[in-house]
Design a protein around this ligand. Structure first.
Ligand code: NAD
Ligand code: DAU
Length: 332
């Protein structure tokens, strides 16, 4: 039995990862989460108290990280400021949490020689043209566009340096866009689902031609567990499920699945510096670790996700008005 320390375990992917661990292993989990605006307390309520310990805390708190890491066998670092639009209005928490927080954890795992897995994003590679036949691989040069992706790129490079210079036992993964239950409604898919539930027209940035490579959060987390179990030390694995879709198609699919006319949406102001397209080549993960996505139909995964937001209105309703008010201020 291993003791996991999961940072950001009250956020979207983190809470799904904790649930995945509880289902698929006998391990114990300590969640550390600052409980920023992005966390919902309900996402950690009701987890088995015999197997899950919750600590409210900041990954930049060196004394706390030292104590928690010393008691762990594996650290999985999800905690981050994660939303591009927020990084355009105020980059400072992104630099603090994503860069300084990762540095703080790396120093702790170095001191205590604890296995570390770093969760990152495909956005570190910048964007692709719509007709580019190449996809991102682990050797694609870093070229981040936004304050968010630049801080994630910085955090990845810190991990690589700590592996090479100090022999830290770490792996990294860079995943494409996740969807599924427990995702904050500031993000594209849950924002539009909850808008439709509220009788509000979905909002598409610009022309809606930007492409994202969608993966169900459970498939992401299954891949992370495979990497922790059998990944090679120091290695970067790209996680993606061949789920490229342009935003217009995603909005139209949500509307159709929710029984609304497919053209019942509005175009709004585009995002500054908006990345055009992401696409992941996950061949290494598939060939080396035998990982395969379970959600091969985006429409089925989306239908499950719509059902989750319909069934769990109490989870998102308290933050809906404030989330939309923030967007209204930027004409989005
Ligand atoms: P999220 O915003 O839903 O959750 C982030 C969590 O981190 C929240 O619970 C928040 O309270 C916590 N947190 C923030 N600052 C903290 C701090 N200083 N100390 C402790 N906890 C803090 O994010 P998410 O979408 O679940 O993303 C998780 C990770 O996965 C991030 O590292 C992100 O870069 C990466 N990622 C996300 C996606 C995606 O599509 N969402 C894709 C690839 C990679
Ligand atoms: O690629 C992985 C990244 O995916 C993660 O690293 C980030 O943490 C995660 O937030 C996500 O980033 P994106 O910026 O791609 O996700 P977002 O949900 O904000 O937007 C997805 C696309 O939808 C993007 O092209 C912008 C567009 N969009 C977004 C919103 C919120 C809209 O058209 N309308 C909207 O209302």
């Amino acid at each position: 039995m291993a003791n996991y320390l999961v940072t950001g375990g009250a956020g979207f992917i983190g809470t799904n990862f904790v649930r995945h661990l509880l289902e698929h292993t006998d391990d114990h989990v300590t969640i550390v989460d600052k409980m920023t605006y992005a966390a919902r307390p309900e996402s950690v309520d009701g987890l088995d108290p015999q197997r899950v310990t919750f600590v409210q805390g900041d990954v930049c708190d060196a004394a706390l990280m030292d104590r928690l890491v010393a008691a762990a066998d594996v650290v999985v670092h999800f905690a981050a400021e994660s939303h591009n639009d927020n990084s355009l209005s105020d980059p400072s928490p992104f630099v603090q949490t994503n860069v300084v927080g990762t540095y703080t954890l790396l120093e702790a795992v170095r001191r205590h020689d604890v296995r570390y897995h770093h969760i990152s994003t495909d956005e570190v590679y910048g964007d692709l043209e719509l007709d580019d036949p190449e996809k991102f691989t682990a050797t694609t040069p870093y070229n981040p566009s936004s304050p968010y992706s630049a801080t994630k790129a910085g955090s990845d490079l810190l991990v690589r340096a700590w592996v090479r210079s100090f022999g830290v036992r770490a792996t990294l993964s860079n995943c494409s866009n996740n969807y599924g239950p427990f995702q904050h409604i500031e993000k594209f898919i849950p924002r539009q689902i909850t808008n439709v539930i509220d009788g509000v027209r979905p909002k598409l940035y610009g022309a809606g031609l930007n492409v994202r490579d969608w993966i169900h959060v459970d498939d992401h987390n299954a891949a992370v567990l495979r990497i922790i179990e059998d990944g090679r030390m120091g290695e970067t694995y790209l996680i993606g499920a061949d789920g490229e879709k342009d935003n217009k198609t995603v909005v139209e699919t949500i509307l159709r699945l929710m029984g609304e006319p497919v053209d019942a949406y509005d175009h709004v102001n585009d995002r500054a510096g908006h990345d055009l397209r992401y696409a992941i080549d996950a061949t290494a993960l598939r060939d080396e670790l035998g990982w395969r996505p379970r959600f091969t139909s985006f429409e089925d995964g989306l239908a499950d996700t719509i059902a989750w937001y319909r069934d769990n209105e109490a989870w998102w309703r308290p933050i809906k008005a404030a989330t939309e008010a923030k967007y209204a201020a930027t004409g989005q």
